[in-house]
Ligand binder design. Structure first.
Ligand code: DHB
Length: 391
């Protein structure tokens, strides 16, 4: 995944040429939004696109006298397509910012383009810690897995759980979650009996779940990316963990608001940790959820949506600060250190790491007004990515 994607010489030259023109002279600021609109992560694309549209409805399409134009492209969840689209958006469309990136490999594919063209790349979805280190032009408004996982491990150790089996999707964010959980849980006196990894694509969870159950842990810790939770929880339900006295915990990616209500009673009582719940109790979030659901009937905003909402918000705020100047380095500098109140709570962009600092919440899945929600009951304020925090 860390493989360098060398730019083709021709495209590299075109990138350099494209940025000789004055960025200030243009009246329109273009933003390239690259998302998986089809394929297994299409819900991430739909949620982020809807949130970006909502932000623009609420705030208008003019910033610092410039018209904002968002160009959305579907990478279908394939990294080679993300890379090609990023190149085309930068070279042909002359976008000032690229954004989106529904999965870690997709963000990584765009990094070299951002670096080469000196165009900020706003990560609205992907959550592997090390992504932001791969280009000085990366800025993240989503979350990191170590950020969301460490509070879960701490909660487990404090709440009578002594032995855990972890089961994660076998790629960047899953491996980050596995490690973050184990590091914190063992530091707090717990024991990880086994660390299981299921393939990301077309996962067959049954053999892993059976293995986890046979080890008789106090709890099973789960991570799968957005959009994969419902099929996992169906198989968890079939294996009867609750009945065997094994608690099921995880990151909130598993109980994604987009799918949660359809998951059924198996999830009731399940504890997860995450940076966002549609049930977050704040005036900003009440308005966000109401406006989102009004604009998108039958859709509930999830944690991916706020990554998109705050990502476009970050671009607007940076443009305001530069007075509409779209020079990449100026926009990037303007983004560093910005802070505001999001629907998820207070957030800021760490000026040193370009990563998001935010509250992480411990939640319990409960029925409210006939629907299932993750109800927050504890807050860990202003959490930095723990891996970066150690630098
Ligand atoms: C990633 C994708 C997700 O959908 C998610 O919930 C967490 C992480 C990722 O690929 O980085």
């Amino acid at each position: 995944m860390l493989r360098r994607h060398a730019l083709m010489g021709l495209a590299g030259a075109a990138l350099a040429f494209g940025f000789c023109g004055s960025a200030l002279a243009e009246d329109t600021v273009k933003i390239g939004l690259i998302l998986p609109m089809t394929g297994p992560s299409a819900s991430t694309g739909r949620e982020i696109e809807a949130a970006v549209k909502l932000y623009m409805q609420q705030n208008g399409d003019k910033v610092a006298g410039k018209k904002i134009e968002v160009i959305t492209r579907d990478d279908t969840g394939q990294a080679d397509i993300t890379k090609r689209l990023a190149q085309e958006l930068v070279v042909n469309d002359k976008v000032a910012v690229i954004a989106g990136f529904g999965l870690t490999p997709l963000a990584l594919a765009a990094g070299p383009i951002a670096t080469q063209a000196k165009v900020p790349a706003v990560i609205m979805a992907a959550g592997t810690s090390m992504i932001v280190d791969q280009s000085p032009f990366f800025v993240r408004t989503s979350f990191t897995l170590p950020q969301n996982t460490t509070p879960m491990a701490e909660w487990a150790a404090k709440n009578g759980i002594k032995k855990v089996v972890t089961l994660v999707s076998d790629y960047g964010p899953g491996i980050d979650a596995e490690k973050a959980f184990k590091d914190k849980f063992t530091a707090d006196g717990g024991q990880v009996l086994d660390s299981l990894r299921a393939p990301l694509r077309n996962p067959e969870f049954a053999p892993f779940l059976q293995k986890a159950k046979d080890l008789k842990p106090d709890a099973l810790f789960l991570f799968v990316p957005s959009g994969f939770g419902a099929s996992l929880m169906k198989q968890v339900s079939e294996r009867q963990f609750k009945e065997a006295g094994i608690q099921v915990i995880g990151t909130g990616d598993v109980l994604d608001d987009e799918q949660l209500n359809g998951m059924g009673d198996v999830v009731l009582g399940m504890i997860t940790s995450m940076n966002y719940s549609a049930a977050h109790d704040s005036p900003e979030n009440k308005k966000y959820v109401a406006d989102f659901e009004k604009a998108n009937p039958n859709m509930r905003p999830n944690f991916m949506s706020v990554g998109g909402y705050d990502g476009i918000g970050l671009i607007y705020k940076a443009l305001e600060k530069t007075g509409g100047d779209t020079t990449g380095t100026k926009l990037l500098d303007a983004m560093k250190g910005l802070s505001w109140t999001s629907p998820r709570g207070p957030i800021s962009i760490d000026p040193d790491t370009r990563d998001i600092v935010q509250n992480v919440y411990i939640r319990k899945a409960e029925k409210k007004d006939g629907q299932i929600y993750n109800i927050e009951f504890a807050t860990i304020p202003n959490v930095k990515d723990p891996l970066h925090g150690k630098k």
